[in-house]
Design a protein around this ligand. Structure first.
Ligand code: SF4
Length: 256
């Protein structure tokens, strides 16, 4: 299967049976390419006008944002502002927007009615973190990605858990494609890129926060722990859910 160039997928997304094959073909075609080449192809050739970058503006986010900004600073960037983030993250977002010249950062908030109905006292994160992530991240992202055929993510295999062995191109079960240009990067690659481009660090990183999400669910990471060990510490949960199969959320489905 040859990957189509300048393909407009909005009307012609591959049927489910072709979806995985298209992702595998794209993955194979760019297997030897560097991340910049894969991103160039993703943004300008394969999914023109139909790809968004999802970013947490967390500890490693500046790398992918810098790469994408160098190709097209008008690429849409989806940032999920859950209402539970660290103030440092919001200020870091603003710093990077200015520094990188990002022109289309969309800060997406949860549906206030869903929050009122399900988390009026604001402690759902403690009693039911899956539901909390669902209304604050999964639902809003689903809405924000309407019309997009693909997302670019900053996930990396070295983060461990479900991210180990992550491919560079995935067929997501919502019919979209996920492009993971940094899937094979190591921590040393990230650090070297920050240094080479003199990128500002997230202000909490120096305080031991190596993976940064919502304030109630993010802890410092001790030396020797995995990068994401501080996320939902003490719980079985390891992912917020935006990268889990959509079917995982059927018990919470609001019909979006
Ligand atoms: S990370 Fe925690 S606070 Fe943030 S949406 Fe998920 S459960 Fe809620």
């Amino acid at each position: 299967m040859t990957v189509a160039r300048a393909r407009v997928l909005s009307d012609t997304w591959p049927a489910a049976s072709d979806h995985a094959a298209f992702a595998a073909a794209l993955d194979a075609e760019y297997a030897e390419a560097d991340e910049l080449t894969l991103l160039e192809a993703t943004i300008h050739q394969v999914f023109p006008g139909q790809v968004a970058l999802t970013s947490s503006f967390g500890a490693e986010a500046a790398v992918l944002l810098h790469l994408v900004a160098g190709i097209d600073p008008a690429t849409p960037v989806i940032f999920l502002d859950t209402g539970k983030l660290f103030g440092e993250t919001l200020r870091y977002r603003d710093t990077l927007v200015d520094r990188l010249g990002l022109r289309d950062v969309r800060s997406i908030t949860p549906d206030p009615q869903r929050v009122e109905d399900l988390d009026a006292d604001g402690v759902l994160w403690y009693g039911n973190p899956d539901m909390c992530c669902y209304i604050r991240k999964v639902e809003p992202l689903d809405r924000a990605l309407t019309g997009f055929a693909a997302t670019i993510t900053g996930r990396k295999g070295f983060h461990g858990g479900a991210r180990s062995g992550l491919p560079r191109v995935e067929a997501a079960d919502d019919g979209r494609f996920k492009i993971n240009p940094l899937a094979q990067w190591q921590k040393a690659d990230v650090d070297a890129y920050f240094d080479a481009h003199d990128l500002p660090r997230h202000p909490l990183e120096a305080d031991g926060f190596l993976s940064i999400g919502c304030m109630p669910c993010t802890d410092r990471v001790a030396p020797g722990e995995e990068v994401r060990a501080g996320r939902w510490r003490g719980r079985q949960k390891t992912e917020c859910g935006i990268h889990l199969p959509k079917g995982r959320w059927q018990p919470f489905d609001s019909g979006i």
